[in-house]
Design a protein around this ligand. Sequence first.
Ligand code: AKG
Length: 290
Amino acid sequence: MSLSISQINSFHRNGYLVARQILRTEDLDPLISDFSRLIDEIAEQLYQEGAIQSLFEKEPFERRIASITAATGKSIQSQVSFPVNLRRPLFNFLHSDRLLDIIESLVGPEIYSNPTHHVRPKLPESVGMDDWVQQSPVHQDAAVLMPEADDTLVITSWVPLVDATETNGTLCIYPRLHTGPVRRHVKCPYGWTISEDEKPAGEPVIVPAQKGDVILIHGRTPHGSVPNWSDHVRWSLDLRWHDARKPGGRPLPGMLVRSTDQPITCYEDWIQAWQDAQADPTPRKMYRWI
Ligand SMILES: O=C(O)CCC(=O)C(=O)O
């Protein structure tokens, strides 16, 4: 279903929108089952290497990756995210009609899946990991794209795979600050954050979302996420989209996922494009700030 006019207006007024109960079990479950299979494979490998003494196979999806990480003492989060994970269920999820219908309401019918995607199993703070998945200091997503995309409306869809709350590390967003220029960002241990002198004043809004909801965020809306003080993993995906005819600002392979007149990118071509990109030694400038 498309967004209503009032939802579209609300998105453009506030710089974000929580679209309630867009995704159904049949959209999310194949993805969650595949993440579980992938974690099985990672656990098996670590067990074979002697890095863990248990497979933690009785642990539920919401805890298992935390227990494995705690046992190894090393982050394994990037192994479930792009571009290490380019498995077919993830590819299929990027084509979910219910997701693309709401994206189309904002960017139009030619939809490009921008390669700045992440899968984030945000672990409980008690595990003691401290990396880019755990910490998301305040930033604008447009700032991690090259300036050629400054006139492109790049939308983030934030998709929780468990209910996301103030306790387990949901997003915090500064509303109505998406109309100005891209703010200056500086490197920090977790990626990029708005420089002190350009940080938004005041406090952000904490935005809980249930499994099935999608938080849509304008590329210039300052946001981050709060710590995960719960005992379980806050699984989510952040996926980015824009009009396929406009520049996307990230020189890596994305794909055409919906079009009225062009063939969309097939799975084999997407995989090949990533393999080619990874094999290509030509230096590529990814960030405007360095
Ligand atoms: O999921 C998170 O914790 C942060 C996500 C985020 O900041 C983003 O999608 O840009």
